[in-house]
Design a protein around this ligand. Structure first.
Ligand code: GDD
Ligand code: MN
Length: 362
């Protein structure tokens, strides 16, 4: 028996692309029972009519949204209305080659829950993208990886071309802003195996890209929303609070050892610094990164050593920034120090996040 697939295609003013797209999809997945589900945001160029005109010939359907806009939320609407358990998502403008669809579906049949069409695995690419657009794309991916560890599951978390099993998103409230629907699925979805399938992002021949500056801004809002919803933002706040507690430990012990135990203040400081590193470590280990803590004495000690090394790096960064802004830029040293603390905090957070308490599923 043939397996059943729903191909979800968000559209806004793509009338010229509809007929060639449907023809090519039909050819590429003739081995499946399928429906092509368009989610159109009330296009003004006759996109809906172009879809309706194909109804006799192909299994196409169109949902028209009049009160909402946006690529990613259109795809969510498609998920809600898809009739089948295998779902493919792709653009209408033929930048996603339909002949790749069978490979995505093969990956699902082979056991993957999510198969991502990828421009950044060997064999993939972007035909004739400008250096600047490539740079922006890479920068956006890096930023996502920093804010959302799950985005690092794949090389191309921004792809708009992917296939999934319905169970990945069942029971999950998807609430994306803007363009990056896959990011929402990667961060909130339930999946085990993810496979990337390389493809060449084609040139757009008909119609125009709807990507503009506002989308870049919405992307940042989307990242923030996802980092809050996934708990990563709270993790960062906890890390900063732990750092603050370390300052108190450090200052308190410095005073105690110097005033009450009669140690030379520089010697007290050595004890105070190491003690605050250890209390920070304990709090981070049992609170901030408790979900990634590896039980056992050995990992505990190895991570303590790593944490010390990272802190040493942070100290060097703090001092470097402090002297740079004071000596070269001419800021007051107290102001420079604030910048130094911010820089060291970022360093400490990200290196500990990726190394000391690495997410073992990545
Ligand atoms: N329903 C709906 N609503 N569809 C939309 C909207 C919208 O507001 N905006 C765009 N679309 C549709 C387009 O009609 C097209 O089918 C698809 O979404 C992609 O839109 P483009 O404007 O062509 O996007 P792009 O080529 O710049 O970006 C694509 O590639 C990026 C990777 O570089 C998208 O797939 C992005 O998701 C992807 O990140
Ligand atoms: Mn496009």
């Amino acid at each position: 028996m043939k397996k059943s697939v729903t191909v979800v295609v968000p559209t806004y003013n793509e009338s010229e692309n509809i007929s060639p797209l449907v023809g090519q999809i039909a050819k590429s997945i003739s081995g499946y029972d399928y429906e092509i589900l368009f989610v159109d945001d009330n296009s003004t160029d006759g996109t809906f009519e172009a879809i309706e005109a194909l109804k006799g010939e192909y299994p196409v359907r169109a949902i028209v949204r009049r009160d909402e806009k946006g690529l990613a939320s259109a795809v969510v609407k498609g998920f809600e209305n898809a009739r089948n358990d295998l779902i493919v998502v792709m653009d209408a403008d033929l930048q996603h080659p339909p002949e790749i669809i069978p490979r995505l579906l093969d990956a699902l049949e082979g056991g993957a829950d999510l198969a991502v069409g990828s421009r950044y695995t060997p064999g993939g690419g972007c035909s004739e993208w400008s250096g600047l657009r490539k740079l922006i794309s890479r920068g956006a991916i890096m930023l996502a990886g920093m804010a959302l560890p799950k985005a690092r599951k794949v090389k191309d978390p921004m792809s708009g071309f992917f296939a999934l099993k319905r169970k990945v998103i069942t029971g999950i409230r998807l609430d994306p802003i803007g363009y990056k629907i896959l990011l929402e699925v990667l961060v909130l979805g339930k999946y085990n195996q993810v496979i990337e399938v390389p493809f060449q992002f084609q040139l757009r021949e008909q119609g125009e890209s709807k990507l503009n500056l506002n989308q870049q801004y919405e992307y940042l809002r989307h990242l923030l929303r996802l980092s809050i919803r996934s708990g990563e933002f709270a993790r960062f706040v906890k890390f900063c609070l732990v750092g603050g507690s370390g300052v108190l430990v450090n200052m308190g012990l410095l005073w105690l050892l110097t005033e009450k135990a009669g140690l030379f203040y520089a010697l007290s400081s050595v004890f105070a610094i190491e003690t605050s590193i250890i209390t920070n470590y304990l709090l981070n280990n049992f609170v901030t990164f408790k979900d990634r803590r590896v039980p056992g004495a050995k990992p505990f000690l190895i991570n303590l050593a790593k944490f010390n090394l990272v802190s040493l790096g942070g100290l060097v960064i703090n001092l470097g920034i402090l002297s740079f802004f004071t000596e070269i830029i001419g800021f007051h040293y107290m102001v420079s120090n604030l910048i130094g603390i911010a820089g060291a905090t970022m360093w400490n957070y990200f290196v500990n996040n990726w190394w000391t308490w690495k997410d073992s599923s990545l």
